[in-house]
Design a protein around this ligand. Structure first.
Ligand SMILES: Nc1ncnc2c1ncn2[C@@H]1O[C@H](COP(=O)(O)OP(=O)(O)OP(=O)(O)O)[C@@H](O)[C@H]1O
Length: 173
């Protein structure tokens, strides 16, 4: 049986006798760390890594600490003004929207840095800018929701009646 030499070439290219290192392995090597080569063995190890992820974002990202401080402030004011159940629901959605946006932004920044290895690339800049824009959109939505929810309470607290507060009360039915 004759063998086509092109087939042999193809086989050699398709099955190289060395294994290319993944980006994670290269980074681990640079940092003298152990690369994760296995999946999490059970639910509690997965949970541990997920909680570590939350902890790292809070430690690394100043903006995340700002979001959390703001969320605490909103919680205190909400308790003081006595929001009702459905108002709390909106507040929770609003606050988590911004926090979630910051998580995504952190992931995008880390992945971009990993891919370009912190070198300049116009696309890296574009991706980071768009990602930062996403956080601004999320924070804008948070602010709009909070203003709509808190405005009548704050106005009532200061004894102010405006068209806007009547309009919001009408919206609430
Ligand atoms: N590798 C890169 N190539 C080109 N431009 C970059 C690169 N990395 C960052 N930039 C530019 O610098 C800006 C700041 O990037 P950086 O990674 O410092 O984000 P950051 O200041 O931590 O953002 P944030 O405040 O949202 O956490 C980006 O929005 C982008 O315009």
């Amino acid at each position: 049986m004759t063998t086509d030499s092109r087939d042999n070439n193809f086989i050699q290219t398709a099955e190289p006798d060395y294994k290319e290192k993944s980006a994670v392995e290269k980074l681990a090597e640079q940092n003298n760390a152990k690369a994760p080569t296995q999946r999490n063995k059970n639910f509690f190890i997965s949970l541990y890594h997920a909680l570590k992820g939350i902890f790292l974002v809070v430690i690394r990202e100043r903006n995340m600490r700002f979001h959390l401080a703001f969320a605490f402030f909103v919680l205190v004011i909400g308790l003081y003004l006595g929001l009702n159940r459905s108002e709390w629901l909106w507040v929770v959605i609003a606050v988590f929207l911004a926090v979630y946006g910051e998580f995504l932004n952190t992931v995008v920044e880390a992945v971009v840095d990993l891919v370009v290895e912190r070198k300049y690339h116009p696309l890296a800049g574009l991706v980071k800018d768009v990602s930062a824009g996403m956080v601004i959109v999320a924070v804008t939505a948070e602010m709009l929701i909070l203003v709509i929810i808190f405005q009548p309470h704050v106005w009532h607290y200061f004894g102010i009646q405006t068209d806007l507060s009547r309009f919001v009360h009408r919206l609430k039915g």
